[in-house]
Write a protein that binds this ligand. Structure first.
Ligand code: FAD
Length: 342
């Protein structure tokens, strides 16, 4: 039985786990480690502390399927649609730019339900609060260390974490990445932005005509969504929620600022854009240091093979592009390399 470790329980990691199940399943033990307390990564869904059924998507907002991927990844889209995890986006989004032939989908149960679905289907053993710090080569296996707890040995390691976080790992991995690979990885860049989630008490009315809106003339805010309306859900017992995304220049300018200060600045700008907005029951501020990929790995190969025997691969949106199909493409290409080397 070979042990495979997937580092990262975001979309790419969950898809790798799901796809691995189809590969010599009785010969592989699939383990997933994530440093966070739950799954989703940048496809995360947050709950209101006082009413867990009130949720907000702080990262990815909707899934856009372009015509070429509609064919190429049809089985993934169909599976999620059949299970009600994806549903067509029908609510009005002001300022949305659509490319011809593309379709948009929302996630009624929150965007993390996509990741949770693939993890559950995979049957992988998933461990949270497992922050990988070092990867060393010991007697033909990968010895993987984490921030707390003992290291463990694996036959294959798949890294599905943002590229700058791959470059922060210590141990033998540092010398295994050759100079050319290092240069390529260092050239990958991401935007940074903040997200604010506002949770309301049940019964609070938010009287706006749109479900989401792109903002073009504000120094701080780029996108606002009445999240439950965008996802086409609602119940009298559950409060509404709003998500606000800042612009990238604002995110970069305030990257090292105190979160409380940033939250105040965003709320102040929100009040100017939506005067008279009721007081939320709770607010969550999220910093996305690595938000969306602005420069992927050259030629978008979907993955990079850092070592063959034992196998060490890395992938994710940094190797393609930042959306559902970019992560799917990366996971599929990682599986091709894995199958060829098992
Ligand atoms: P991630 O989701 O980043 O997952 C990586 C995981 O690795 C994380 O869970 C992290 O906790 C974990 N990790 C990191 N380092 C370590 C470590 N050392 N040890 C253990 N675990 C570690 N996409 C769309 O399709 N539509 C959208 O509308 C959209 N909007 C977006 C808006 C925002 C604000 C953001 C931030 C992203 C958006 N995206 C959107 C992009 C999309 O969310 C990402 O492309 C996708 O989620 C990336 O998935 P991933 O699994 O590759 O990486």
């Amino acid at each position: 039985m070979s042990r495979v470790l997937i580092v990262g329980a975001g979309l790419t990691g969950s898809l790798c786990a799901h796809l691995l199940k189809r590969v010599r399943t009785n010969q592989l033990q699939i383990v997933v480690w994530d440093k966070a307390r739950g799954s989703g990564g940048r496809m995360s869904t947050s709950r209101c502390p006082s009413n867990p059924s009130c949720t907000v998507d702080l990262g990815a907002q909707y899934i856009t399927v372009t015509p070429d991927y509609a064919t190429k990844h049809k089985s993934f889209h169909d599976e999620l649609l059949a299970r009600g995890i994806l549903a067509p986006l029908t609510a009005p989004v002001e300022g949305m730019v659509m490319t011809e032939g593309s379709r948009n989908f929302v996630t009624p149960k929150g965007v993390s339900s996509i990741v949770k679905h693939f993890l559950k289907e995979s049957g992988a053993a998933v461990f949270y609060e497992h922050h990988v710090t070092q990867i060393n080569l010991r007697e033909g296996k990968w010895d993987v260390s984490r921030k707390s707890g003992s290291s463990e040995q694996f036959d294959v390691v798949l890294l599905t974490i943002p590229v700058p976080q791959i470059l922060q790992l210590e141990g033998d991995i540092v010398n295994l990445i050759n100079e050319n690979q290092k240069q390529q990885l260092e050239a990958v860049s991401y935007s940074s932005r903040y997200a604010l989630g506002l949770f309301y008490e049940a019964g609070t009315q938010l009287d706006v005509a749109w479900a989401a809106r792109y903002i073009t003339n504000n120094p701080c805010i780029r996108f606002i969504s009445i999240d439950n309306k965008k996802r086409n859900i609602g119940s009298p017992d559950v409060g509404q929620s709003i998500v606000v995304h800042t612009s990238v220049p604002f995110g970069i300018e305030h990257l090292e600022s105190e979160k409380e200060e940033v939250q105040k600045l965003i709320l102040h700008q929100l009040e100017s854009l939506m005067p008279g907005l009721p007081q939320p029951a709770s607010v969550k501020c999220q910093k996305w240091r690595y938000s969306q990929v602005t420069r992927p790995l050259a030629e978008c190969p979907g993955q990079m093979t850092l070592h063959v025997k034992p196998l060490l691969l890395c992938g994710g949106d940094g190797f393609t592009h930042s959306n559902f199909d970019g992560c799917t493409e990366s996971a599929l290409l990682m599986m091709d390399v894995l199958e060829a080397n098992l």
